[in-house]
Ligand binder design. Structure first.
Ligand SMILES: Cc1cc2nc3c(=O)[nH]c(=O)nc-3n(C[C@H](O)[C@H](O)[C@H](O)COP(=O)(O)OP(=O)(O)OC[C@H]3O[C@@H](n4cnc5c(N)ncnc54)[C@H](O)[C@@H]3O)c2cc1C
Length: 206
């Protein structure tokens, strides 16, 4: 992706990246994002599930969603994805930081009309959320497809910013512990629904 003034951080620009080798893995690891846009002169910001297929990110919602119907008429949305890895504990509060990998992207939302692309977007999102589940589940029907709106935002303008590593060295007379406090977002052990009828947790969820 071509670097541009809008995608270059003014603070610590060396942490900024515009290559897909950095951007794509961050988008692929994040399950959720925040989508921001201007609607009727006011800023709005909404959390969303996100999946990437090739050079575009995909979203879905009910066809009754006011928000999604508005999206289709916008010229631009701004999407942010954040993976927070560690709190960086320095000797002074001033030098505390965060290890992170984040992406900011802009694009024009497009409603997906093509049946196959829409189907593949639902499949990719389901597999991202619950890996190995698509073929296990009741197959998606055309009626369900018709009730769901899928939107894609082509990846044309995006930046990543990455900070990794220990706290910056700091001289001081006082002995103060420094280091990293890891932050982890993990899938826990599956909890069976009360009406699951004794069906065991399938292998792909173990
Ligand atoms: C979890 C987390 C916590 C953070 N906490 C703080 C904090 O408390 N204080 C603070 O000052 N900063 C924090 N940051 C960093 C913050 O996101 C900005 O990078 C930083 O404020 C410097 O912005 P700037 O003035 O260089 O950005 P600008 O110059 O306004 O940015 C220009 C362009 O650079 C790119 N860019 C800037 N930041 C990012 C980013 N994070 N990810 C992807 N692209 C980016 C965008 O394309 C943006 O349009 C945090 C980041 C993360 C992910």
């Amino acid at each position: 992706m071509k670097p541009a003034s809008r995608t270059t951080p003014s603070r610590i620009p060396q942490r900024g990246h515009t290559d897909t080798e950095t951007i794509y893995p961050i988008l692929d690891e994040a399950l959720f994002c925040t989508m921001s846009f201007v609607w009727e002169g006011r800023v709005r910001s909404i959390p969303q599930s996100i999946v990437r297929m090739g050079p575009a990110v995909y979203f879905h919602a009910s066809v009754g969603s006011h928000f999604f119907r508005s999206l289709a008429r916008l010229d631009e949305v701004c999407i942010t994805v954040t993976l927070a890895d560690d709190i960086v504990v320095a000797k002074s509060a001033f030098e505390h930081s965060v290890n992170y990998r984040s992406v900011i992207l802009w694009g024009k939302p497009e409603v997906i009309e093509d049946h196959e692309e829409k189907y593949q977007a639902f499949r990719a999102l389901t597999e991202k959320m619950v890996p190995g589940s698509w073929d296990y589940l009741i197959p998606m029907t055309d009626k369900e497809m018709a009730k769901t709106l899928a939107i894609k935002v082509p990846l044309t303008e995006a930046s990543a910013k990455v900070r990794q590593g220990p706290p910056s060295p700091q001289e001081s007379e006082r002995e103060v512990w420094t280091g990293l406090i890891p932050i982890r977002s993990v899938r826990g052990i599956p909890v069976t629904a009360p009406d699951a009828g004794g069906i065991p947790v399938p292998d792909h969820l173990r």
